[in-house]
Design a protein around this ligand. Sequence first.
Ligand code: GDP
Length: 586
Amino acid sequence: MKPATGPITYKSGMSVGDFANELKRPAADIIKKLMELGTMATQNQSIDKETAELVCLEYGLELIEEEVTDPSRFEELTIEETEEDKVSRPPVVTIMGHVDHGKTTLLDTIRSARVTEGEAGGITQHIGAYQYAKDGKAITFIDTPGHAAFTEMRARGASITDIVVLVVAADDGVMPQTKEAIDHAKAAKCPIIVAVNKMDMPGANPERVKQELTEFELVAEEWGGKTVFVEMSALKNEGVDDLLEMILLVAEVEDFKANPTRAAEGTVIESKLDKHRGPVATLLVQNGTLKAGDSIVVGTTYGRIRTMNDDLGNKLDTVPPGTAVEITGISDVPLAGDAFKVFDEEREARTISETRAHRSWREEFSGGKPMSLDEMFANAAEGDTKLLRIIVKGDVHGSIEALKSSLESIDVEGANIEILRASVGTITETDVSLASASGAIIIGFNVRPSAAVRAIAEEKHVEIRLYNVIYKTLEDIELALQGMLDPEYKEVVIGQAEVRDTFKVSRLGTVAGCYVTSGVIVRDALVRLLRDGVVIYEGKLSSLKRFKDDAKEVKQGFECGMMVENYNDIKVGDVIEASTMKEVER
Ligand code: GDP
């Protein structure tokens, strides 16, 4: 291979290996160069443009950036639409509120009102969304009451809701989940319409509800505020029409639009594996028009749309933006919150879904979505101002107030703090899901999360920081804002093995016959392949065996057979190093 002499093309997100290929030099050379430049990297890690530029400078080469709009990252591309192309679309509404305040009843009332109004069909089936239409105007309702769906969706980066209807029972008033719903809606920047429900109850006191909600900046219009309040009874179907009208009115003001002429894209609302129909998904079309027969990428899977139907069982040929539809024809079950997009060719859809699957595996492996303080800042630093979102939980009101106001007064140039919630109590699962959905961290002041909550936080990569002195909290957050905190997790090497022999197994790849020289090698550990002290590859094991049997772990002094997932170029003398991620106390 003769080293490149001409200009080098930099592609966004390219790996060190790809970059080495561009330079026509061995990856190990580039890795060494990077080390000299103070960067430790492996072949399959991505290299940023600045670093690539430095390496090119070292070799006396010019670096040019390729303006790629990577089609496999379609949910990240922003599409500029001209005003002429856009038409109004139905608003997408989620109903939230405290348990037993009437969310399900309201969804049912609206659904059956629609059926009796003469829309075709009779038996409705749950597909996760349905549409209400009146006088040529439609509203799409997300048919899963409660907050879990909403937060899960946002945690995965999807935003599907245009308007939140907050149901508050007039005889019960603002309750804990009412507050949570408000937090969620505000974090998602969704307009809120308040439905004061159960007006038929003897103890109904709508004025009290209005009074209580002023505390959350939801002030009724007749009290000089901007929030729409509708008094109703979901059970008796009274005032529900007013609510629907108000939704349409808010939608008109907000002016939700989309371009129906494009290839469709949007988000998965629900999915399942049907015994007879195969993978089934309910898609919310957010832009473009979805057509039967379209080649589609959904999350990390793909296919051609075989059938499309709504919740009334109507077969559809085209689905306009702002509408949800149940589809079949994809090869695997996607996840709720996954993005989808239609492509011209099935072949293209297939390649793109494969790229996405591979990337998703890689991200999962490298620890999922960046959520630690530093990573958040590394991300935010690309924008102009950094924003740190915080949820504060504490033991007494006084200390929370003090902490909140001191946090708000921290002044670091180019950085802002947004306190999503500050309340008395221990750290709960709900705090974690709000944090996960909003990319926030949680500060516990004199409170500690239970082991279960800690586990959920870990799984969702939500950072929880515990303190008992205010100044220490402020000091840490200030440091964090300046981007100086150490990571919460550290990789810990747990063992090393030496490759003493290699065998090729047809179709499977290379098996490395190893001897564990120190510690322990664990089946699901992160492994690095070292050659002369340089990291050649980083990945997972695809197999760990003692003689012919699969092993969970193999300890020092024992021999074993290993295969590295997606890597076969293992040589005698290589060292395989296993490590795991461990939380470190600061
Ligand atoms: P969700 O937990 O918010 O989904 O609440 P549900 O819709 O399941 O309602 C809880 C209970 O309140 C049920 O027994 C409903 O029949 C009742 N309910 C709902 N809306 C009304 C209403 O407007 N008036 C009265 N009296 N009861 C209602």
